[in-house]
Design a binder for this molecule. Structure first.
Ligand code: UDX
Length: 502
């Protein structure tokens, strides 16, 4: 990996990284930060005060501190700004649009003044040089604009799949063709024709959830996603946590409009490969907003090979009690062993433990015998455990990539935003899992769990998942596409930093 240039007239690259402040965006942007540190860069990871406090630390502006739950990486510091929302605001799927609004209206001016300060200092008290480049979450286009206004070149990073980014880019065509908003009585299994490259597999129900929820073309969320994606065309570049062979069609389409697009994923595997090849002491810490319950690893150790179905709905999904009960009964009735992540905020205003007390004795007994329910797990480790036979997932992009890397087949129950298209890719394009979207009844879930764990279908998706894992794992080592794209990205960032001082 590169070391910083020795030309003393050029400042050392110092990149400020600003993820949208929810778990699935913070994870992979931390991995990106770590990879940039290994390339000799200084990194300032900008979080919100709220998330920093959940990580076990607090800071204000330049008085940075290192949260105890984050890996201790040299040349990486953490700063924070307020998200300007009340402490008890739901920062999940129910509240993400308000979070975005607040960042735009209230936090953006604070960000701008912080960035101005960070650019002025040649070297700050903690030895960090001036910020020379920003990589901001692509769903924060106003932060990208603010960076450029301060004079710092800014690149967009999207944490979702390239396929979902491509669909968001095509929202104007979907509207123009009349395919979105859905007309009353529309057949959700009908093919969608206005997304170039996806005609052979994309159905109405596979479009990201804002397309099905929109009642009119001016729908706020629909327009928000279309606008931030179109904005990336005007930024210095676009980084995607994906890889060439996995999403070649979407990447080709995106590059026709945004030529400086870098596919450098899966980032968590890039980091693991770098650490193992360079004997970097591996640490098990990660940016986790929930407390990890590692007792599940001991439980997994006691289970036979490929006997466990791992179940998780990611970090922002909010479920109804009725859906949770259907899953619970199905998991028990399937007869399989299950490791189930039930976050403390998964149910709207209800404790899941209250539901347990309302279940039949038989279901409670089955849970005790075969289940392990925890509030948060070290997911990458869980997916690497030999006892795990399948992942019942909400098809968030990080979870999808983590499962692919682990060679674990998926049973997909997509919930929102990009998850509907991710699950279609899993079930129909890569054929490494089964897509269970838009059903939530105990009989179907039980049937799908059995099919994904045992029998002919299970063997087929398992075989495909193993083959795909090999291909993906090859992409992150020297000569692999993500490795080489990452080298190109490093050179590109350095060139932006140089141009900025000339
Ligand atoms: C949503 C989107 O669906 C996703 O595609 C987008 O890019 C980010 O926002 P989210 O619900 O956060 O995603 O899911 P996902 O992208 O899968 O990210 C969840 C992360 O939390 C994963 O990295 C996963 O490893 C981690 N996780 C989850 C844990 O570490 N422990 C758990 O118990 C559950």
């Amino acid at each position: 990996m590169e070391t910083p240039g020795t030309d003393s007239s050029v400042p050392p690259p110092h990149v400020l990284i600003f993820p949208f402040p929810i778990q699935g965006h913070m994870n992979c942007m931390l991995y990106l930060s770590e990879m940039l540190v290994y390339s000799g860069f200084h990194i300032t990871l900008l979080l919100t005060d709220h998330n920093l406090s959940l990580l076990g630390s607090s800071s204000n502006n330049n008085n940075h501190s290192h949260p105890s739950s984050l890996p201790d990486i040299p040349r990486l510091r953490v700063l924070s700004i307020p998200d300007c929302l009340p402490a008890d605001h739901p920062r999940n799927l129910d509240g993400w649009v308000e979070l975005l609004d607040s960042l735009k209206t209230n936090a953006c001016p604070l960000y701008k003044s912080l960035l101005l300060d960070l650019c002025k200092m040649d070297v700050s008290a903690d030895g960090f040089p001036a910020v020379t480049c920003v990589i901001a979450d692509g769903i924060l286009p106003f932060m990208i604009d603010a960076s450029e206004q301060v004079g710092v070149p800014a690149i967009a990073f999207r944490t979702a799949s390239a396929s979902s980014v491509w669909i968001y880019y095509c929202i104007p065509q979907l509207i123009q063709s009349g395919e979105v908003p859905f007309r009353d009585g529309a057949d959700w299994d009908e093919p969608i024709n206005s997304i170039p490259g996806m005609e052979s597999f994309l159905r109405r129900r596979d479009l990201p959830s804002p397309c099905r929820l929109a009642k009119n073309p001016e729908d706020k969320v629909l327009q928000l996603l279309a606008t931030c994606t179109a904005h990336s065309e005007r930024t210095r570049g676009l980084i995607l946590n994906t890889l060439e062979t996995l999403e070649s069609i979407s990447l080709e389409q995106i590059r026709a409009h945004m030529p400086t697009t870098y596919a450098i994923g899966p980032l968590h595997e890039m980091v693991r490969a770098y650490r193992s090849q360079n004997n970097v002491c591996a640490h098990d810490k990660s940016v986790s907003l929930w407390h990890q319950d590692c007792t599940c690893m001991t439980w997994l150790d006691q289970q036979p090979r490929r006997s466990v179905i791992y179940v998780s709905y990611g970090s922002i999904a909010v479920m109804t009690q009725e859906s949770l009960i259907e899953f619970w009964i199905a998991l028990v009735n399937s007869g399989e062993h299950f490791l189930w992540v039930v976050r403390s905020d998964l149910l709207r205003g209800e404790e899941w433990t209250n539901i347990r007390d309302s279940l039949s004795l038989e279901v409670r007994k089955g849970t005790e015998e075969r289940g392990c329910i925890v509030s948060w797990v070290p997911q990458v480790e869980v997916l690497a455990h030999p006892a795990v036979g399948c992942f019942l997932t909400h098809s968030g992009w990080n979870s999808t990539l983590e499962s692919i890397v682990g060679g674990v087949p998926m049973l997909c129950w997509p919930f929102a935003v990009d998850q509907q298209i991710n699950s279609r890719l899993v079930g129909e394009v890569w054929r490494i899992g089964l897509d269970m979207k838009d059903v939530c009844d105990r009989t179907t879930i039980e049937k799908m769990v059995r099919a994904a764990m045992n029998g002919e279908t299970a063997s087929e998706i398992r075989k495909n998942a193993h083959e795909l894992a090999k291909m993906v794992n090859n992409s992150v080592v020297e000569g692999g596409s993500s490795f080489e794209n990452f080298q190109r990205l490093i050179e590109y960032i350095k060139s932006l930093c140089k141009r900025n001082v000339q």
